[in-house]
Design a protein around this ligand. Structure first.
Ligand code: UDX
Length: 426
């Protein structure tokens, strides 16, 4: 059993709350800080303000170990380590916006100034390499008038959580990465994670930050790579998934993230890939591969439209059904979803668009009000052709009633009941 600690977590959003709840489950005392009073109240009533598998159950079961507040004072004074888990949204040019990180850092610093015992501040938010060392640390020193490494500690501990599997990923990580500025913080983090059996990477603040970016960029690269191979396969009339099996057996490559389709979306890949591109530009380094990864991803949904046009050359006035709006199944998140590009393009072709998604329709309605939202998947089939854009389980079981089905997510089951079935890369 590892050493139990008093932990504070700034930001009860997706990353903050999952971390807070999981630390509580491991037996630590956790204080969550959020500016949103409503969120704070919900957490204190053991209600999760966001949906994530198993999260609410943990908050309920370990309610003695977790509580939320709007007070930074309480959080800093009553804990030994503070994790900054606030959002780092993208600016228009792709740069990350450090506004929330700055706000959190300044608030922590105010109470760190008068704190007698040693306290470590650990950045968990995804920030571009160099941010913790060159931005957060000096800001803490300036406001506290104290010396980092002597009077307080600094660390950087990226997360690699997938939406929908975040609790599982926290409890069963492939690796844990933390950067430290001082030995005290190194010791604290090593004790905090001592019960985990996975490899632990102890490194500098900037390496930890770069590991996070490089991981997400590499995963996005794998997908864009297999999509490019998939496009070649399609021209050859061969199945890109057979090719993926064949290359994935090489240990150096691995089969994961080689599912070709209409590309990646979500809250992380696009943001992180673009932030690294913007960072590279700033320091005048080329970023050719990563730039191409984005280009391939933007083009990939259009391949699906081309496949559709093989069967219906003129989309004007035709009714096209789109099954799936979320960026992946089992979430209502439509951020960077390929369905957005698909629907936009169908619109530009003057097609009539009908859509259905089990969870994401309300979010989509905020973007597109002029399309038909169906109450169920069956109603989408009343169309000239149907596109599968998200791999929801229920679309596997659907009777496609002899329709033209163009699949962006490899639901081969659709073949059985479609008149014409074609995949984007198979
Ligand atoms: C991702 C990373 O996996 C996670 O480690 C990081 O912390 C945050 O970003 P997430 O955004 O939840 O997690 O989504 P993920 O499950 O990784 O899928 C990302 C996108 O890639 C989805 O749109 C998915 O459909 C697509 N994808 C994934 C493929 O097109 N092919 C694949 O082989 C794998």
């Amino acid at each position: 059993m590892g050493v139990l600690m008093n932990i504070s977590v700034i930001g009860a959003g997706y990353v903050g709350l999952v971390n807070a709840a999981c630390f509580a489950k491991l037996g630590h005392q956790v204080i969550c800080v959020d500016v949103d009073k409503e969120k704070v109240d919900k957490i204190n009533q053991s209600i999760s303000p966001i949906y994530e598998k198993d999260l609410e159950e943990i908050i309920k079961k370990y309610k003695k170990n977790i509580y939320a507040t709007t007070s930074y004072k309480e959080a800093v004074e009553k804990s030994d380590i503070t994790f900054i888990c606030v959002g780092t949204p993208s600016k228009k040019n792709g740069d990350i916006d450090l506004l929330f990180v700055d706000q959190a850092t300044k608030e922590i610093a105010i109470y760190l100034k008068n704190k007698k015992s040693f306290h470590s501040v650990v950045v968990k938010s995804t920030v571009v390499p160099g941010t913790t060392q060159n931005h957060v640390l000096p800001l803490l020193e300036e406001i506290t008038q104290k010396k980092a490494g002597v009077d307080f500690g600094v660390g950087m501990n990226p997360e690699f959580l997938r939406e929908g599997a975040a609790v599982y990923d926290f409890l069963h990580p492939d690796r844990i990465v933390y950067g430290y500025y001082d030995d005290h913080t190194k010791k604290l983090l090593s004790l905090l994670y001592s019960d985990f059996s996975c490899p632990i990477v102890e490194t500098s603040l900037t390496v930890a930050e770069m590991i996070k970016y490089a991981s997400n960029c590499f995963l996005a690269t794998k997908i864009s790579f297999i999509n490019e191979i998939g496009n070649l396969c399609k021209r050859l009339g061969i199945d890109s998934y057979e090719v993926a099996e064949g290359i994935g057996l090489d240990d150096r490559i691995g089969r994961a993230f080689l599912d070709s389709g209409i590309g990646w979306g979500g809250s992380c890949f696009g943001k992180d890939v673009n932030a690294l591109i913007a960072f590279a530009k700033e320091i005048k380094e080329p970023c050719n591969i990563i730039q191409s990864v984005v280009q391939v991803n933007e083009q990939q949904p259009l391949r699906l439209i081309s496949v559709l046009k093989k069967h219906i050359p003129l989309l004007k006035g035709k009714i096209i059904g789109v099954l799936g709006l979320s960026f992946k199944p089992n979430t209502d998140d439509i951020r960077d979803s390929r369905s957005i590009i698909l629907v936009k393009n169908l619109f530009e072709e003057n097609a009539q668009v009908k859509v259905y998604d089990p969870k994401a329709m309300n979010h989509f309605k905020k973007l597109f009000s002029d399309i038909i939202y169906c109450d169920n998947a069956k109603d989408v089939l009343d169309a000239d052709a149907v596109i599968i854009a998200t791999a929801w389980d229920e679309f596997k079981k659907l009777d496609y009633k002899g329709k033209i089905v163009i699949d962006g997510r490899r639901l081969l089951e659709a073949k059985k009941t479609a008149k014409i079935y074609e995949g984007v890369c198979w």
